[in-house]
Design a protein around this ligand. Structure first.
Ligand code: TPP
Ligand code: MG
Length: 534
């Protein structure tokens, strides 16, 4: 293969990998370095940037947000087995988020691997499994570039997700051939016969309903879903625990958010004769349930880019497909029968601000936030308030984790801000949730990212207190979080901070956060639920 000049000199594993990363648009490296990775960064190219996270969970969370925001795989570099260990929670989340990541980890030098050296990983590729799509430690140094290329292509294939390459430290300086990037398809066309059947059933259904999930947003099918819903006068529900926004929440056809609870899903969908799940599992549950999964007599169709959820769906006809082309096929299907447009939801009465509640906080965020701002949320018990009071109306402006694992939201907000320069990012975080990856504030401050970190400080794990009631527990151990000072935690990492203790202080603080060109943490001391008299 032809060699060209490279700042690193031609023909090393490092130069071949750097060229590939450049070709794949992965010039940003998220990492936390150690001895077993350093040779990778010899003569680090000027057009690349290294985003340092102070703990590997933060590193992967940032990369996840960045990959989602840019719709391209993000490159991650972790330190050996322990770095992978710290990162695993957010690797699991990236897997559930279908976020493409190429995760690399340093391994000890090949020549000393037989002697169980310091900082080696004995089963490096087993460690991140089963939450990566593919894991490899190449048999030879010169196979590393091909492994990186395969990891990239696989991460970008539906279902997208993380892949993993373990790289011995002595590999980087070995000589090796360059590897040309290839074109590899990323779209799955659904079975045309089944898609035609769905289009036909949809055209004659009396009261169709759609359940939209994160893969609609991931595939950029926002406009197509709106067009399909309007064409069929279908009410549109957000899928239980959907990690992205897939339909304008101020649209008159928007019906609300399905609960992750079987009988509640059935009750919400009652009266519909056809249910079309788009880009969502059927369905994500969080509590045990029994009985049917859909209202008796209703037909269920599912189209999604996750072959696993296609195979485990308990009822209905499922098609494995990329969402945008599949929905376009439905749009070219037979015209629907005449239907009456369903009534829009009733608007909630505005809150006066008699108490500093999470509901009131969400209402004021909705009122004051700049158009086009992006919400990255991890505030479990405030999610209902957010759904009620903070409608998400523009595509690609809402992110949360699909896994339920805390520690993703704070670093993901940083990644989203990096991936969408110029946009205001609002990190909406519970006091408990933010503590899993609080070190991310340092990276946000160093990079001067325009993020408003809003800490909903209710001084406890409120969601668990509420869950305790579900299990009939009058009291739940390990749920009080007194005496954490988030302003001090922020300032100690170079991040400006404001505390809001009274309703009258809220608007000014939010306005400051929404106009700042740098990160600002706003700690909002909200009332605990039983203190609220509505
Ligand atoms: C990694 C991880 N550990 C524990 C949990 C269990 N958990 C679910 S919600 C929650 C409470 C979160 O507290 P906070 O962010 O303050 O939100 P609140 O419930 O108060 O709204 C916890 C600990 C989890 N989901 N993920
Ligand atoms: Mg809390």
């Amino acid at each position: 293969m032809q060699q060209t000049s490279h700042p690193d000199g031609p023909g090393t594993v490092r130069s071949a990998v750097i060229e590939l990363l450049d070709a794949f648009g992965m010039q940003t490296i998220f990492g936390n370095p150690g001895s077993t990775e350093l040779p990778m960064f010899r003569s680090f190219p000027a057009k690349f940037r290294y985003v340092l996270g102070l703990q590997e969970s933060v590193v992967v969370g940032m990369a996840d947000g960045y990959a989602q925001a840019t719709r391209n795989a993000a490159f991650v570099n972790l330190h050996s087995a322990v770095g992978v260990g710290h990162a695993l929670g957010n690797i699991f989340t990236a897997f559930r988020n279908q976020t493409p990541l190429v995760i690399t980890a340093g391994q000890q030098a090949r020549s000393i691997l037989p002697f169980e050296p310091f900082l080696f990983a004995s089963q490096s590729t087993d460690m991140p499994k089963p939450y990566v799509k593919w894991a490899v430690e190449p048999a030879r140094a010169q196979d590393v570039p091909a492994a990186i290329a395969r990891a990239y292509y696989m991460s970008m294939q539906p279902p997208r997700g993380p892949t993993f390459v373990s790289i011995p430290v002595d590999d980087w300086d070995r000589t090796c051939d360059r590897l040309a990037p290839r074109t590899v398809s990323r779209v799955v066309r659904g079975d045309p016969v089944l898609l035609a059947q769905i289009a036909a059933a949809l055209s004659v259904a009396k009261r169709p309903a759609f359940v939209v999930g994160a893969s609609v947003a991931r595939d950029g099918a926002w406009n197509e879903v709106i067009e399909l819903a309007e064409r069929h006068q279908a009410r549109v529900w957000a899928a239980p625990m959907s990690a992205r926004n897939s339909f304008p929440e101020n649209h008159d056809l928007f019906a609300g958010f399905l609960a992750a609870d079987r009988s509640k899903v059935v009750a919400a969908l009652e009266g519909h004769d056809l249910i079309l799940a788009l880009g969502a599992p059927v369905f994500t549950y969080h509590v045990e349930g029994s009985g049917p999964h859909v209202p008796p007599g209703a037909q269920l169709f599912q189209i999604t880019d996750d072959p696993a959820s296609v195979s485990w769906a308990p009822v209905g006809t499922s098609v494995f497909a990329s969402l945008t082309p599949a929905i376009r096929e439905l749009l070219s299907g037979p015209a629907p029968i005449a239907r009456i447009r369903p009534a829009a939801r009733e608007a909630l009465r505005p809150l006066s601000g008699s108490a500093l509640t999470d509901d009131y906080l969400m209402q004021q965020i909705a009122m004051l936030r700049p158009a086009g701002s992006i919400v990255v949320e991890e505030a479990p018990s405030s999610r209902g308030a957010m759904h009620d009071r903070l409608p998400i109306v523009a595509p690609d402006t809402f992110y949360t984790c699909a896994s339920g694992g805390l520690g993703h939201g704070l670093p993901a907000a940083i990644g989203v801000a990096l991936g969408r320069p110029g946009a205001k990012v609002i990190g909406l975080l519970g006091d408990g949730s933010s503590m899993y990856s609080i070190q991310g504030l340092w990276t946000a401050a160093q990079l001067k990212l325009p993020i408003a970190f809003i800490i909903v400080n209710n001084r406890r794990y409120e969601a668990l207190v509420e869950f305790g009631r579900h299990f009939g527990l009058p009291q739940v151990v390990g749920t009080d979080l007194p005496e954490i000072n988030f302003c001090d935690l922020a300032r100690g990492q170079g991040c400006r901070a404001i505390r809001v203790e009274r309703v009258t202080e809220l608007d000014e603080a939010l306005t400051a956060g929404f106009s700042a060109l740098q990160p600002l943490l706003i700690e909002v001391m909200v009332a605990q639920k039983e203190q609220i008299h509505r």
